[in-house]
Design a binder for this molecule. Structure first.
Ligand code: GLU
Length: 287
């Protein structure tokens, strides 16, 4: 073999070697060394809190696999971490347990119709919002007495412990008898049988139940709150929170967010306006 050819071969081999090293370094350097992103990426595994019984946003299918818009949003984040479906552990995150799941480190993040609020920011961090819902009411179809939260004096109103819906309804309808369960689906049978008169929570959750109930229930009036849905993370992990903000922004720019919507909640609900990502400054506890 000619010297030139040999040299060329060595050159090509060296170049391939350099490229391989560069690639490896690149994937290792994709995330800052001590970041949550790097830890999860290297483990190839992530634990995500989601709802199990909310059609359109987070519900188990017949194989026990979660599906819905929140699930697709969670998958976008896992994918950006370089983690595929087999690396995801889905954990149920009922409304009242979400802060604890994050504070105890039982989940890496939560995507579960989770409203960003100042009081919750004292315990957890929120990327997003990736969607904005609004609280409303659902009654039996034949109930014509209730048109707004002002009509709830003496009425039995079902909602979920630890939700913004439970706090708001106590404030705007002080005359209502509020009945609290762990999950919204627990409210459906009591509504059907007349044990309660109303179920209240976010419009999109109620829309899912109304669609499944085939005309037995009706959504009443317009939303009376704004519920910006965020991705919950550990409170002190601003790096992870702001990185998820970037992932959401990119997904909104390149059509993946819309695709996630169209294949889930978008089959029943109108296309949402793109929300403005709120990269808020870290919340300090003043100590
Ligand atoms: N979005 C509201 C909340 O985070 C109500 C829905 C829910 O309980 O998940 O409290």
């Amino acid at each position: 073999m000619s010297l030139v050819r040999t040299m060329r071969r060595i050159g090509v081999a060296a170049a391939v070697g350099v490229a391989a090293v560069a690639l490896a370094a690149c994937s290792a350097e994709k995330f800052p060394g001590d970041s949550t992103m790097a830890t999860l990426h290297e483990a190839g595994a992530v634990t995500i809190g989601v709802k199990h019984d909310q059609p359109l946003f987070g519900e188990l299918d017949s194989d026990g696999v979660p599906q819905g818009f929140d699930i697709e949003v969670a998958r976008l984040v896992a994918d950006a971490l370089g983690i595929n479906e087999s690396g995801i552990t889905w954990v149920e995150a009922p409304s009242d347990e979400r802060e604890h799941l994050l504070m105890d480190g039982d989940v890496d993040f939560i995507v579960a119709t989770y409203t960003i609020s100042d009081s919750r920011k004292e315990s957890v961090g929120f990327a997003g919002p990736y969607y904005v819902a609004g609280q409303t009411l659902m009654t039996r179809k034949d109930d014509v007495d209730i048109a707004s939260p002002l009509d709830l004096d003496g009425k039995h109103v079902c909602t979920v412990a630890g939700s913004t819906a439970s706090e708001t309804i106590k404030r705007v309808s002080p005359g209502a008898a509020v009945v609290l369960f762990d999950d919204y689906s627990d409210c459906l049978e009591p509504l059907r049988t007349g044990q309660v008169d109303v179920v209240t929570t976010d419009d999109v959750i109620l829309a899912g139940y109304a669609a499944e109930a085939g005309g037995q229930f009706r959504i009443v009036g317009a939303p009376f709150t704004a519920e910006p849905y965020g991705i919950g993370v550990a409170r002190e992990d601003d790096e992870f929170r702001l990185w998820i903000d970037d992932v959401l922004e990119e997904a909104m720019d390149d059509g993946r967010w819309k695709k996630a919507w169209d294949s889930t909640a978008g089959t029943v609900l109108p296309e949402p306006q793109r929300p403005y990502i709120d990269r808020y400054a870290a919340v300090t506890d003043g100590t």
